[in-house]
Ligand binder design. Structure first.
Ligand code: HEM
Length: 396
């Protein structure tokens, strides 16, 4: 283990020996161990104070005056080529967020996006059916569908769904490139250049002919062009991988619980509960990062100013204090609000778009078209900060 000397005094916090490769293999047993240790711990292996329980993570999200998003030297800023709103604090963050919110409100999604989400789901269902039983649900359906939905929401033309999915992976790799791997920076540079070329076409078009897209809303809201470009790249890095993972997560779970699938067939409102419980259980964004700009205190643990912080959302969502039998999958929980989309001022801007495009459209259509769909062979999981399947072979 590499020991990083903390720049601030963390001596009051319990120290944990974090094994990041074990975390990627099975994050949930490590998270259990961390929660049993304390709600706040110091992890020298990643140079971060970690918040491990539901209430501890909620404390981070609820106190932006202590936990700043304006992380200095953030790898994400280098990966995207500029600072997006997720790496800013209010009031700067709020100005940019306001113009993004409009196209992503539930009523707008209903009016502008659902018909496109349905059309895209049909297109990639055709592709999956053509690939035939034994196909990989991730590459034949989940990835290109999530990519195409976001291309439409961003108002981009002439972009291939698999290219935008690659940009997304490159920006994510760059945002986590704490070891400064030059190959990863090169990938980010290439993806940034391709994305900027698409924006060179989109920006003048959307200025002349505004539409319902997120990019158009940011331009109409008067954001400077570089802010629009940074936020488009942020949306690409956060708006594909996670919806994609939710498709495979739900099919994986329903392959093990046919009675839950049957319940959704009897009562379609069950699809919303399935999506909510799956996004809790398989929280796609496992950790969000902040930097303390003031001292804090949580349940007697003193948090110094000037420290790097990780709020473990995936651990919070398996906190037995909040969700009894947290490793189970239950549609009858008394507490259904998880931290999968974060909370507070940075709560996910695409929450309703994800729920609608995946939970209400892609997944129900998948089972209408292929009623016997289920997992065929073993799946492959990857990551812990961003966690999901890289392959899920299915048959029907
Ligand atoms: C299941 C799918 C998704 C999950 C689990 C998810 C999760 C999250 C989380 C946890 C955050 C908060 C990060 C933080 O506080 O640091 C976030 C922020 C964000 N998400 Fe999502 N997301 C999803 C889908 C989407 C989609 C489809 C879009 C775009 C259409 C999107 C756009 C954004 C943006 C722009 C932010 C930054 C918000 C801000 O800083 O104010 N997300 N997301």
């Amino acid at each position: 283990m590499t020991i990083t000397q903390p720049a601030v005094d963390v001596s009051a916090l319990p120290v944990v020996d974090l094994d990041t490769s074990a975390l990627a293999d099975d994050p949930y047993s490590t998270y259990r161990h961390l929660r049993e240790t304390a709600p706040v711990v110091w992890a020298p292996a990643i140079n971060k104070i970690l918040f491990t329980t539901f209430e501890a993570c909620a404390y981070v999200e609820n106190h932006p005056e202590i936990f700043s998003s304006h992380v200095e030297g953030a790898a994400m800023v280098k990966a995207l080529g500029g600072r997006p709103l997720i790496r800013k604090d209010d009031p700067d963050h709020a100005t940019e967020r306001q113009s993004m919110n409009r196209p992503l409100r539930p009523r707008n999604i209903q009016g502008a996006w659902n018909a496109l989400f349905e059309q895209n789901a049909e297109t990639y269902l055709d592709r999956l059916v053509e690939a035939g039983p034994g196909a990989d649900l991730n590459t034949e359906f989940a990835m290109p569908l999530a990519g195409k939905n976001l291309i439409d929401m961003l108002g981009l033309h002439g972009v291939d769904p698999l290219d935008i999915a690659r940009w997304s992976l490159d920006f994510i790799a760059g945002s986590g490139n704490v070891t400064d791997d030059p190959d990863i920076w090169l990938r980010c540079e290439t993806s940034r250049a391709e994305c900027d070329a698409a924006l060179d076409e989109a920006i003048p078009r959307l200025r002349a002919h505004p539409d319902a897209s997120i990019t158009s809303a940011m331009l109409a809201g008067g954001l400077p062009e570089d802010a629009v470009r940074n936020n488009v790249k942020l949306t690409i890095s956060g708006g594909i991988n996670e919806p994609q993972h939710m498709i495979t997560n739900i099919v994986y779970e329903l392959s093990r619980h046919p009675e839950t699938l049957e319940a959704a067939r009897q009562d379609p409102t069950t699809w919303d509960s399935i999506f909510n419980e799956a996004v809790r259980k398989y929280t796609p964004i496992g950790m969000i990062t902040r930097e303390t700009v003031a001292k804090g205190e949580f349940e007697g643990f003193h948090i110094p100013a000037g420290a790097q912080v990780g709020a473990l959302l995936a651990s919070a969502n398996r906190d037995e204090g909040r969700f009894p039998d947290p490793d189970g999958f239950s549609l009858h929980r008394s507490e259904t609000t998880s931290l999968a989309f974060g909370r507070g001022v940075h709560q996910c801007a695409g929450k309703w778009a994800a729920q609608s495009s995946i939970g209400r459209i892609a997944i129900p259509r998948l089972y209408e078209r292929l009623p016997d769909l289920h997992q065929d062979r073993p799946e492959t999981w990857n990551g812990w900060v961003f966690r999901g399947m890289t392959s899920l072979p299915v048959t029907w």
